[in-house]
Design a protein around this ligand. Structure first.
Ligand code: 5GP
Length: 192
């Protein structure tokens, strides 16, 4: 998506990791209008997939997931990293390795919100090594639901997640795929 690539080129910062920092419009300060456009584009791509629910992981995936859910008119469920007094009932849970924190953490969803009739679209802000999405796929599997695909704002194509998930048969749609990033610049994969 050209508008997203332009925004990354204009405002993205490359940090060690490598991490692409897009905190001016996506990960800290959020450009609400632009995020609605990103969500609408993901919704357009999955418009014919019979999606009944969107699943993301807190916290940075929530905004784009809500934008997509608003366009598809389906509920948005986010896997929680913290079991608070707000979380009750039976849970599905799984362990995810955090790319940005370098640690493992448990995420949960309440069983009543994910069930075997659901056709689930996973939405997230970034795809790197694919651990977040693998965790969400595990929750979907536990519920006996079907994963119709993953919709991602920014995929780092030089990391293994996207290729691995596609090899395993998951439909993955990314609005921008960064194939290279260094102090010399950012190169995007051409859209097909
Ligand atoms: P994965 O699980 O695919 O390795 O990493 C995906 C998760 O890590 C995303 O949910 C996102 O929050 C975070 N992440 C991974 N790489 C980046 C990055 O380059 N920039 C930002 N802002 N977040 C990232």
């Amino acid at each position: 998506m050209k508008e997203l690539e332009d925004r990354i080129l204009a405002e993205g910062k490359i940090l060690p990791g490598p991490v692409l920092k897009v905190s001016s419009f996506l990960n800290h300060q959020m450009d609400a209008d632009f995020i609605m456009e990103l969500g609408a584009e993901l919704a357009r791509r999955y418009g014919d997939a019979g999606v009944t629910k969107i699943l993301t992981i807190e916290s940075s995936g929530i905004a784009i997931a809500v934008a997509c859910g608003a366009a598809l008119h389906v509920p948005v469920l986010f896997a929680k990293k913290h079991i608070t007094s707000n979380v009750s009932g039976d849970l599905y849970q799984t362990i995810v390795h955090s790319y940005t924190h370098g640690t493992d953490y448990t995420v949960v969803v309440e069983r009543e919100y994910l069930n075997a009739e659901d056709r689930v679209l996973i939405v997230d802000d970034f795809l790197a090594n694919g651990k977040a999405i693998e965790g969400l796929l595990d929750l979907i599997r536990q519920a006996g639901a079907e994963a119709v695909g993953a919709g991602i704002a920014i995929e780092k194509g030089f990391q293994e997640g996207g290729a691995k998930l596609r090899e395993n048969g998951l439909r993955v749609e990314s609005l921008a795929i960064v194939d290279e990033m260094s102090e010399d610049g950012i190169r995007f994969r051409p859209e097909t």
